[in-house]
Design a protein around this ligand. Structure first.
Ligand SMILES: [Zn+2]
Ligand SMILES: [Zn+2]
Length: 252
């Protein structure tokens, strides 16, 4: 499983950090997790082909995690010389059908119709993992918005968890239990904590309680960016800590 942090930023516009997007390449398939502003161009910067996307998973509906679905689908519809035949599947937490239905109502045939599209609404608690080529996907509620969920991908070399936006939650600790890599938001400094988001000590607590091997920090607001986040998280977690940058790649 090859993972690329396409965007490691937030609602605050920054040249160095695009809004949230993570790409996972597994065999023939490319999966995206969240699609904030700048994600489509961010894929190009990271050497990824936006036309190669097979599946898109959303953690929640905030624009900094969803807005680039419109330019991506518009490009899939009209931006490729070959035209697209392979299906695109969109997954999101309930009420995703209603949420995506409004996007589809607004942009209509400009984003839909040129290729097969499937919309799958995920219940908050995962009834059974999705079996995809080379990996399985399960999820758990996250603590941010009522619809928020975090995802876990299980491949042959271990588990990869992407939290999306969240604060400390037992459901996220459980989901991340024994994972190889935890890509987790680290939004604010401890002294400037904001409900619904994590600070370095909260990240460390989740990573420690879940017993993960490695954490990668993302969704970093400017105030947190000024800290030595590796050291801050290291005060409460013994494993490996990386601070994401746009275009950072790692494998599991
Ligand atoms: Zn966010
Ligand atoms: Zn959010």
């Amino acid at each position: 499983m090859n993972i690329t942090v396409v965007g490691s930023g937030t609602v605050v516009p920054r040249l160095a950090r695009r809004q949230s997007c993570v790409a996972v390449e597994m065999g023939e398939e490319t999966l995206l997790f969240d699609l904030g502003s700048g994600a489509v161009r961010g894929m190009l910067h990271a050497g990824l082909d936006p036309f190669a996307v097979d599946r898109i998973f959303f953690t929640h509906f905030h624009p900094d995690h969803t807005i680039d679905v419109v330019p991506l689908m518009f490009s899939l519809n009209y931006g490729s010389e070959q035209g697209r035949e392979r299906p695109l599947t969109l997954y999101g937490p309930e009420p995703f059908t209603r949420f995506f239905g409004k996007i589809a109502d607004t942009w209509g045939e400009w984003i839909l119709g040129g290729f097969p599209t499937e919309v799958r609404e995920l219940p908050h608690v995962c009834p059974s993992p999705l079996d995809l080529p080379g990996l399985s996907v399960r999820w758990s509620p996250a603590e941010h918005r009522p619809e928020s969920i975090a995802y876990r991908l299980e491949g042959e070399n271990g588990g990869f968890v992407y939290t999306g936006d969240t604060e400390y939650a037992e459901s996220v600790v459980e989901l991340a239990q024994g994972a190889h890599t935890l890509l987790i938001e680290c939004a604010f400094p401890d002294e400037g904590a904001v409900p619904g988001h994590l600070t370095p000590s909260g990240v460390a607590r989740i990573a420690r309680e879940a017993g993960v091997e490695r954490v990668v920090l993302t969704h970093i607001y400017p105030a947190a960016d000024e800290l030595d986040l590796k050291q801050e998280v290291g005060h409460g977690f013994d494993g490996k800590v990386l601070v994401a940058e746009d275009g950072m790649r790692f494998s599991i």
